[in-house]
Write a protein that binds this ligand. Structure first.
Ligand SMILES: *Cc1c(COP(=O)(O)O)cnc(C)c1O
Length: 401
């Protein structure tokens, strides 16, 4: 194998200089146990079949690849295709990973699942899968988020999960993650930490990427069937980076396919109110992994902002840092106001209400498409549906629901 063909991450969990396991000694053996169990499961056709079967019968996969003809015609440039993760059970891509890891936890004989959540989307996906697989589920959530996202808290409770509010620090996602890690250290014997994006210490960025790669694998097959060629561009929003890596990774060796990751530029990159870790951050260690971070001069993690709750995180998965550094992918920022334009554009042209996260990708792809000829194919990951965001959008439009 040449260096270029090398499987990523390497055996120590690095993607180039990014990734690794920066955790207390007490977690090292748990991470090793997890990695071994995962590699065993990955090599076991029965496990893979079980995952594929539930993807079909429970999640509703494959999700369609939809040629957005009205949107493309309105823009008058390249042909835009939408990978419809919004049609997956629970309305977003997060369920793919939650299902995969839920099955892995069962296989490892763990009976207690813990998860962290910011806006509540990952908490809902984890609670959903735990209900279906009959696993106990505890979700840590910052007190601030518990108040802001009350309908997701209610959803998790309906699904039988226990939601534990976290009152330390800024009372948001990063504090919830710290609390989840604390729980894991204490209850390692029977507890599985179900992590929600391609972040955290090795092997999580690899495991989550592999389960989310079903998005890109299906897309590849669907584009080939429909157009008999590969797409020219893949565009996806990047919070922690799981829906983007899931789309990109299966095309890694297809050098003609360009990857564009769209981060939240919030109120503007010139303000401190954004969440563009790759575009505006620098290398550092957070939550067990080395990657791009938003930090101040002394290395303190910055408070982030995005109109899209799922993009509001100061770090990003290490594989994206590697793609950025090697030029395999390009990362750009889209502001709150531009994302709202993307949101309305898709509602009005296609009758699809997108989540605010992929609305960032829609805005950027529309700009890109305008400058390209019609024979160019742009596939956008429509990572989720917008029902969860109606309050935020109404408020931004000066309306009261
Ligand atoms: C959580 C979420 C995201 C951001 O997470 P990634 O790990 O970057 O994919 C994007 N879209 C939707 C709909 C989400 O719920």
């Amino acid at each position: 194998m040449t260096v270029k063909d090398r499987q990523l991450p390497d055996s120590h969990g690095y993607f180039g200089q990014y990734g690794g396991k920066f955790v207390p000694e007490t977690l090292m053996s748990a991470l090793d146990e997890l990695e071994q169990a995962y590699l065993d499961a990955q090599a076991d056709p029965e496990f893979q079949q079980q995952f594929q079967k539930l993807c079909r019968e429970y999640i509703g996969r494959p999700t369609p690849l939809y040629p957005a003809q009205q949107l493309s015609a309105k823009i008058g440039g390249a042909t835009i295709l939408l990978k419809r993760e919004d049609l997956a059970h629970t309305g977003a891509h997060k369920i793919n990973n939650a299902l995969g890891q839920g099955l892995l936890a069962k296989r490892m004989g763990k009976t207690r699942i813990i998860a962290e959540t910011g806006a509540g989307q990952h908490g809902v996906a984890a609670a959903t899968v735990c209900a279906m697989l009959n696993l106990q589920c505890i979700v840590y959530m910052g007190e601030e988020d518990v108040q802001r996202q009350s309908s997701n808290v209610f959803r998790m409770k309906l699904l039988g999960a226990e939601v534990r509010p976290v009152s330390s620090g800024s009372r948001t996602l990063k504090d919830a993650i710290n609390e989840t890690i604390r729980d894991w250290v204490t209850n390692i014997h029977n507890t599985y930490y179900l992590l929600g994006s391609v972040v955290g210490p090795h092997p999580y960025p690899m495991i989550v990427r592999d389960f989310q790669s079903i998005i890109g694998e299906e897309t590849k097959e669907q584009v080939m069937t429909m157009y008999n060629r590969l797409p020219n561009y893949l565009v996806a929003c990047v919070g922690g980076g799981s829906n983007a890596i899931g789309l990109f990774h299966p095309f890694f060796h297809e050098k003609s396919v360009k990857f564009i990751g769209v981060e939240a530029a919030g109120r503007g990159l010139e303000t401190a109110l954004h969440a563009a870790s790759l575009v505006a951050g620098r290398s550092g260690v957070l939550h067990g992994t080395k990657s791009h971070l938003l930090q101040d001069k002394s290395g303190q993690i910055q408070t982030t902002h995005s109109i899209a709750p799922g993009l509001d995180y100061p770090g990003v998965g290490p594989e994206h840092s590697y793609y950025k550094e090697t030029g395999r992918a390009t990362y750009v920022g889209v502001t709150d106001a531009q994302a709202l334009e993307g949101f309305r554009l898709l509602c009005e042209t296609e009758g699809i209400i997108p989540a605010l996260e992929p609305a960032h990708a829609i805005y950027y792809a529309a700009e890109l498409a305008a400058d390209l000829p019609q024979d160019q194919l742009i596939a956008i990951n429509l990572s989720g549906r917008g029902d969860k965001d109606l309050d935020i959008v109404a408020e931004a439009m000066g309306m009261n629901l």
